[in-house]
Design a protein around this ligand. Structure first.
Ligand SMILES: *Cc1c(COP(=O)(O)O)cnc(C)c1O
Length: 343
């Protein structure tokens, strides 16, 4: 696609072909050379461990064209560390942090013409993924892995402006087991969450809010995003062994502290939703997605969080500050952004 034909402000969160992806293979006990590839396809042995035994992990991060024209990659070191953690968690080969960062930079440089201009609300989304490629019939971790990063431009999450959506709690589904893979960014977690999300959507909600899988008493995660709420000016976010540590949530907690707020990371009982003034989902895709109502199917209670249906003042402030850091509009006091020079 010629760049002139891309409607940057109206991109959706979906795949668009770009020029190149980058790949690296682990074989014979070591990572090979970085390969630049224009093919979108992957040729795999039909017995590859990723196809049978779920040896697949991934990441998601964004690069932004800033107000000053510079390209900023947000917290790439954190994504690299988290991917190592995911790899270790399901017996895959961890990707060295330097290799991860180098390949992220390379894929951005190679696809520079797909970085959306400043002011469009869009960004270049990077999707690193690792799969076990060795043929396996018996259940054993593979000894050969393929690491790929592709890049695709994605649009602003909120087409009609920053607004609330409603979510629902269904106790008949879990997305992860108490001591399972919830803390890891593995594809299998998403498969587990799909039925709950489908039910939520069929009932007119934007996402399913999961409870802790052990006791079903505490809030866990909201679909593929973390959850936080604002209670009397305090930033409260659930703590549990089955939550994926969101880098957006970690960043918002720091911003909350910077704004002078108290931050609590602790088990949050469902009933406490009656006492909060704001709630939101958070993740790379949306930064924050404010929640209007939360319907609990188990008790038939609806928590009407945003009474006027609008995003609350703290959520809005946190959202604006994080976006401003990513776009170079305010000083990056925590050194979260890596500037990609020369593009
Ligand atoms: C990726 C992901 C998130 C969000 O993490 P960010 O680093 O903020 O993008 C939250 N929950 C789950 C289950 C995820 O996979």
């Amino acid at each position: 696609m010629a760049n002139e034909t891309i409607d940057w402000s109206n991109l959706s969160f979906s795949y668009m072909k770009t020029d190149y992806n980058v790949r690296c293979t682990f074989r014979d006990g070591k990572w090979g050379e970085i390969e630049v590839c224009s093919d979108e396809n992957v040729t795999l042995h039909m017995a590859a461990s990723c196809l049978h035994y779920g040896q697949e992990i991934f990441e998601g991060l964004k690069a932004f064209r800033g107000k000053d024209g510079k390209v900023r990659l947000f917290r790439v070191d954190e994504n690299a560390k988290r991917m190592q953690n995911s790899a270790n968690g399901i017996m895959m080969e961890p990707i060295p942090v330097e290799l991860f960062e180098q390949m992220c930079k390379k894929v951005i440089e190679l696809n520079a013409r797909f970085i959306p201009p400043y002011g469009t609300g869009s960004s270049l989304y990077l999707r690193p993924l690792e799969i076990g490629i060795e043929p396996r019939v018996g259940v054993n971790p593979a000894t050969e892995y393929l690491f790929i990063i592709f890049a695709t431009p994605v649009g602003p999450y909120f087409k009609g402006g920053f607004q609330t959506t409603d979510v629902a709690i269904y106790r008949e589904f879990d997305r992860a087991a108490p001591l399972g893979t919830g803390r890891l960014k593995v594809g299998g977690n998403y498969a587990c969450g799909m039925r709950a999300t489908a039910k939520a959507k069929a009932n007119g909600y934007s996402a399913a809010l999961f409870l802790d899988p052990k006791e079903k008493k505490y809030l866990d995660e909201c679909g593929p995003a973390n959850f936080f709420c604002i209670k009397d000016g305090v930033y409260v976010t659930p703590k549990s062994g089955s939550i994926l540590p969101s880098i957006t949530n970690m960043s918002l907690q720091q911003i909350a502290r910077d704004l002078g707020m108290e931050v609590q990371c602790r088990p949050v009982p469902v009933e406490e939703l009656a006492e909060v003034q704001e709630a939101a989902e958070c993740g790379t895709a949306a930064v924050c997605s404010p929640i209007g109502k939360i319907y609990d199917d188990g008790t038939d209670i609806t928590y009407n969080i945003a009474k006027d249906g609008k995003p609350g003042p703290w959520t809005t402030k946190l959202y604006n500050r994080l976006r401003a850091i990513q776009l170079g509009e305010v000083e990056d006091t925590h050194n979260w952004c890596t500037i990609i020079e020369g593009i």
